[in-house]
Each structure stands twice: as C-alpha cells, then as structure tokens.
Ligand binder design. Sequence first.
Ligand code: PFF
Length: 478
Amino acid sequence: MSQLKLSKEGWSNQTLFILAAVGSAVGLGNIWKFPYITGENGGGAFVLVYLACVLLIGIPVLLSEIALGRAGKANPVQAMANLAHENKASRLWFLLGLNGVLAGALILSFYTVIAGWGVAYFFESLLGTFNGIGKEAVGEHFSTMLASPMQLLFWHTVVSIITVYIVSKGVKSGLERAISFMMPGLLLILLVLLGYATTTGAFGQSFSFLFSPDFSKLSWQAVLTAMGHAFFTLSIGLGTMMVYGSYLSNKYSIVKAGVWIAFADTAVALLAGLIIFSIVFANGLEPGSGPGLLFQTLPIAFGQMTGGWFFGTLFFALVIMAALSSSISLIEPAVSWFDQNWGIKRKKAAWILGSLIWFIGIGTVLSFNEWSDVHFLGDRTFFDSVDFITANIMLPLGGLLMAVFVAWVVSPKDRAEYIDLNSRLMNWFVFDLKWIAPVAILTVFATNLVGADSVLLMILVSLAVYGVYVWNAMRKNG
Ligand code: PFF
C-alpha cells in the first residue's frame, strides 16, 4: 500500500476535538453496560480492576492511538500503512487498522439495537407510561418490549438511519454540530439524578457495593470483562480515536485531550453506577439482572420522583444523544477508509456500510426473542457473542498492537514529537507501553484460554513469550 491518502477534513478547534472524543467515549458503555456488568460481577473488586485497567492500559493506549492517527493522517488502515512505511516496518501493520474497522462495524451492529431501547423509552416516557409505575410493571414492560422482534427492529432501524445521516454530513456539519450541544446536557441530568439517588435511602449501600472490594467474587472471566470494558468505554483499540486524531491539527496537546477524555468517561460511569444501584437496592431489585438493568431501574425512579415525567423524558433523550455521539464514531473509521482508499464518497459509503451493519444487527434483535436459545460462542447468544469477540478480544488485541507499535517501532525522536510528555513521564509511558500493558493483556488472554490455576505461571509465560518475540524482532532489525 502506498503512502499518502491523507485526511482532508479537520476539527474546527481543540475543544471540539475533545468534545467529540468525549462524546465517543461516553455512551451506552457508561450508562448501560458499566452498571450491569458491575452488577453481574459482584461490584467493588470488579470496579477496582476496571479502574486499574483504565490507568495502566487505557490511558497509555488512548494517547498512543490519538498520536498514531494524527501522525498517520488517514483512516486506521491507511494510517498504519503510512506509519509502517515511514518507520520501515512490516507492511502487515495495516491489518491492525482493518481489525479496528471490522470491530467498529460489529459493535455498531448491536449498539444501535440497545440505543433503540433508549429511543422507545424516550417516547414512552413522553407519553406518561412511567408515571407512578411500580417495579413489577416496569419489569413486565421491558420483557414485553424484548419479546417483540418487530418493535426492536423498528427502533434499531431508526437509530441506524440517524447515525448514518449524521456521518454522511461530514466532520464539521455532521459530527461537530451534533456533539456540541449533547454532552453538557447529559452531565446536568446525571447530577439531578444523583440528587434523587441520595434521597432513596440506599445511597450508602450503593456506594459500598461499588467501592468496597470483595475479591472472592472476582473470577478471571471478570478480569477479562473489566479489561475489555476499559477498551470499550474509552473507545480505544479499534481506530475511532485514530480517525478522530487524524482530523486533529498538530498544534494541539494530545496529553491534555487524553486526560480529559479518560476523566470525563470514568466520572460518568461511576456516577451512573451510583445512581442505578441506589435505585436497585432501594427497591429490592437484583444487581445482577443483566442488560435490562438500566431499563428496569430508572423508570421506577421517574415513576416516583417529583418532576419524574420531565426528568425521565429528558434522561432518555440524553441517553439517545450519548449513544448517537458514540455510534457515529463507530462507523467513522470504516467510512473514512471507504472514502480515502476505495474512492467511494462519504455519503454513499455511509449508506452502504450502514445497511450492512444494520443487517448484522438483526442477529442481536433476535437474540432477545426468537433466537434466545440459539447459542454461538459457548453458551452465548448472538448478541453476547458479538459483544464478547469485540470487547474482550478484538479491542484488547488492537490496543496491544498499538502499544507495541508506539513503544518498539516508532523512534524516540518521533515519539517525542507525537506525544507532548516531559522526559520523566515519557520514560514511564514507554515502559508501560513496552511491558506492562502488553504483558497484562496477554496474561488475561492466556489465563482465560487455559484456565486460572496458576496466574503467576501465566504472567511468566506471557512475559517469556513476549520477551522472546521482542528480542527476536530487535535482532532482525539489528
Ligand atoms: N465508548 C462507547 C461507549 O462507552 O458507549 C462505545 C464505543 C464507541 C466503543 C466507539 C468503541 C468505539 F470506537
């Protein structure tokens, strides 16, 4: 693959880049997925592992990914090809970009289905369905919705069309315009709900569920889920941040942006968790009730609180916006790849890709009804399988390779040019990317593959395999 194919589009300024990246990071992952997987995995210890993953793997990979995009100046496939060429590395690095483009499409295929639940709930809240509703009725309402493939398909289609429409408009008149009014509103509503959560009488219980770790509840599968979630929630490992970085001018600080993105994303997840578990415990609900958690808890609060109709409707409007500002970023790597490498103009590319992804999404629609007993990977439904392969395998693998590229392939001089860290922090950063992040990711993979009898052994094996690989590669390159 030859060089060039540079991005022609760009963000208007750094604030809009940060907003767009925060918009991508903050989404269903924070408000819907984080609370339910935390509930399924027993709370505190899981949260701690997730926070450690954000700090030790997430932030370094996030900075690397933005930097790779900005330096490669193109969609993930072409950016990696450009950088491999510049650094005289293997041409196969473009596969890292391709892994991302594919993962983005797969995630989007279920993301629009779940966002569709949010749209349905928005209209229902507006029509007063949740006024004074009790917990049984909320549960029943949710199950009835899931049981209807046509209803799910309808909302999945609506979200897919809006996503494609925004993306087809381009960076400035599509992405930027949509994002700039969504994010502040979301934060405001979360704060109002937090206020309500403190009045439920179960706020303390919710707090200790999230923050007092009980490691006996933690399995290696849970560690993999926590790590996968750190990737999912920060939108890293698949090239979204690379594409967004490719639209970023060289004069802006990547570190400042990265720290803001990670902070905002983590804060929203923890707030959403606190709110939802307060309602769960106050109503004697099950924290481990799975993907329906958000949709079976919040309507109870809205049904009871003063102004619930107003706040409920607003909340679901914001869920939709948070989801849309993420869904557009999931398809953007593929669209810009089609546009830049295949000569298919953005508009056409967005509609072709959107249709394909919509079609794959039908599998997720059916996972909750007709196919609920059809298993794909192990005992996972279609939805669970796509979620598992993307978040737990494709994204960490993508992140691992990005870390390796920045740490081992890029020269120290270029690295210093790409990423504005002072020399002490840079040393830490490089050490983390060279050893901590890759070995941690490999260990979690290995332990899940062969069982968790001896974790120490797995760390040593991963370190040895990785070490031999690095040594071999360095020897070949002289
Ligand atoms: N970070 C988004 C969320 O938490 O909902 C999901 C996501 C968006 C993942 C974009 C990956 C991505 F590239």
